[in-house]
Design a protein around this ligand. Sequence first.
Ligand SMILES: C[S@@+](CC[C@H](N)C(=O)[O-])C[C@H]1O[C@@H](n2cnc3c(N)ncnc32)[C@H](O)[C@@H]1O
Length: 226
Amino acid sequence: MRASDAFDEWAADGRDKGMEQRHWHTAKHALGRMPIEDGDTVLDLGCGSGYAARAMVAAGGAGRAYGLDGSPEMAHNAREYTDDPRVGFVVGDFEALPFPADNIDHVFSMEAFYYAGDPMAALSELRRVLRPGGTFYCAVDFYADNPHTAEWTDYVELPMTRWSREEYRTRFREAGLHVAEQEAIPDEETAIPPAESFPTEDWDDRESMVEHYREYGTLLTVGVSP
Ligand SMILES: C[S@@+](CC[C@H](N)C(=O)[O-])C[C@H]1O[C@@H](n2cnc3c(N)ncnc32)[C@H](O)[C@@H]1O
């Protein structure tokens, strides 16, 4: 199945909003660190419901935010969730961004980059559209250092790139981006039930669940365009 078809299904059955709620726990901390200046043009790569594009304008001060998604249903839903003319949504692919060179001040992406069919081509596209000094805030829960996400490949039937923390830095550098920051942002909000509730449907024991959310959380890697 193509990623866009799979995510069209997700959007149609409301999983775009479900993701927004879960991802917001850590995404808001990544968004809050972005050095957006008033009037900047920003892009949310793999925008899903479009919450990040909305937040970068409403709270971050961006003058124009684009959300890009390969799934027409996701982009359609995202459009419905805002009437702010400064926020726009486009259907497109990470490997062929529909923007001219040196056009975007900052790019955010949450739980999406690792679906890129060719992640190096996606990084090269990002470099092309970013202005010198522009940043890429790349947030992922699915990364090789977190053993609790390894089995995701069993139930998401799409190719996914499972880089480690170190590989994210290495690949960013290979694509010509400086690495300004890398950090795991813990999810302090997902409720973790008491020990006697385990095993649950998703977790064998409480320690694993604590480790997944409170220690590994979301890996944020920040690249800066030279
Ligand atoms: C797991 S969802 C995350 C959505 C949103 N960022 C969030 O935090 O809830 C990943 C999104 O990336 C999009 N996507 C995946 N691969 C893509 C690609 N190569 N080009 C464009 N969009 C892509 C999917 O359609 C999907 O909406």
